[in-house]
Design a protein around this ligand. Structure first.
Ligand SMILES: Nc1ncnc2c1ncn2[C@@H]1O[C@H](COP(=O)(O)OP(=O)(O)O)[C@@H](O)[C@H]1O
Ligand SMILES: [Mg+2]
Length: 289
């Protein structure tokens, strides 16, 4: 049964579930930031690299490792789809948390600022029932109250253990989310909070909303930018072996086997399968030789 299931996986599924390869340097750099967060200094890591290079996989790997260390991991992401609500990464991450946290804990964590949070997170009223009424205030004040509320909530969640908040594809985050992010790390600079984010190469310097946030976070000295570069040739071989079933060179030398042909074809279509670009490039180089 199990073998059949593995066989029916597509190449991209197999890449996703394959062993994690390399990235020792990046893992060490990120781990330093995790340690800083653990000792009460909020940090943000931004992993930057081209499409398909392995940013999301690295983010997932770090998230898993921190969870194994006892951190609480909340996942959110930005989306390029139209019509997404403001604060989407926070709505995703906190919405899921609110739906799954025991009620008594949730009551304690939001006791200070329930109403402001409920204005963007209706899950709160669903889970906690009627919340105290708040009086209408001008939009700027309401926004500030909301930022304070989210910051206090995150600080409360991170009190007993490190909180790792992941935001994949930060290049698509709305201006409100980026403002909120800057506000939180400034106001809750002593929270045990690590924000792990990724960003498409080429967006920095081109995306004014993101640039403004990156400059602000750099000024606050909380941001560590980590370039995600191609895997080494050895790491590429390990990755290829783990899902092509043999070394890259051997697979290319036996191109008549349909299995390898299909796999190689998919490798060189990174926009369809999001397979690491590096593997595609190396395979091209080897085919030329
Ligand atoms: N270090 C790695 N070890 C194993 N597989 C990886 C690694 N990096 C990337 N992959 C795989 O390659 C594919 C593309 O990586 P992904 O993280 O989605 O790229 P990006 O987010 O940069 O666009 C995914 O299927 C992923 O699981
Ligand atoms: Mg990605």
């Amino acid at each position: 049964m199990r073998v059949q299931y593995v066989r029916s996986l597509s190449v991209s599924d197999r890449v996703s579930s394959s062993q994690f390869v390399g990235r020792q340097r990046e893992l060490e750099l990120i781990w330093n930031q995790y340690e800083a967060a653990r000792s009460g200094s909020a940090r943000i890591v931004l992993m930057v690299g081209e499409l398909g290079i392995g940013k999301t996989r690295l983010l997932d790997e770090v998230a898993t490792r921190t969870m194994q260390e006892g951190a609480i991991v909340l996942r959110g992401g930005a989306s390029e789809s139209e019509g997404m609500p403001p604060y989407l990464p926070f709505l995703e991450a906190l919405g899921r948390y609110i739906r799954t946290t025991p009620l008594n804990e949730l009551h304690k964590q939001i006791s200070v600022v329930p109403q402001a949070l409920a204005s963007i997170l209706p899950e709160l009223a669903v889970r906690l029932g009627q919340l105290p009424v708040s009086y209408p205030s001008p939009p700027e004040q309401a926004r500030l109250r909301l930022y304070e509320a989210v910051g206090t909530f995150l600080k409360a969640i991170s009190a007993p253990q490190v909180l790792v908040l992941t935001i994949d594809d930060l290049q698509w985050a709305d201006a409100a989310s980026l403002d909120l992010l800057c506000y939180i790390v400034r106001q809750q600079s002593h929270a045990k909070l690590l924000v792990l984010s990724t960003c498409r190469e080429g967006e920095l310097g081109q995306n004014s909303v993101l640039d403004r946030a990156v400059n602000e976070l750099t000024r606050q000295r909380v941001l560590t930018t980590i370039p995600v570069n191609p895997l080494s040739a050895e790491e590429t071989e390990v990755l290829a072996t783990s899902y092509l079933g043999g070394p890259l060179r051997a697979c290319i030398k036996r191109p008549k086997k349909p299995m390898y042909l299909i796999a190689m074809k998919r490798l060189v279509e990174p926009f369809r399968t999001r397979t690491p670009l590096v593997l595609a490039r190396i395979s091209f180089e080897q085919m030329k030789n």
